[in-house]
Design a protein. Structure first.
Length: 71
């Protein structure tokens, strides 16, 4: 599965030592977290995504996108 996520930031996130007060830190890999670069559990919404499908997320809504074959 893949997803299109709108990102409004055009610079990297910086993690400072004093911001990490745990032994374990979870960074967002799904692109949906509202607390980037940290995971906020938003990835749970992607559990029903089908493999090899593309999804567009807008707010809480997910829409599967049909991709036309080029062959």
């Amino acid at each position: 599965m893949a997803r299109l996520v709108r990102h409004d930031r055009n610079e990297p996130y910086s993690l400072k030592k004093d911001e990490i007060d745990r032994d374990r830190v979870f960074l967002c890999a799904c692109g949906l977290s509202q607390n980037k670069p940290f995971c906020d559990g938003s990835h749970k919404r992607t559990r029903d995504e089908e493999q090899d499908a593309l999804y567009i997320y807008s707010g809480e809504q997910a829409e599967r996108v049909r991709i036309r074959s080029m062959y």
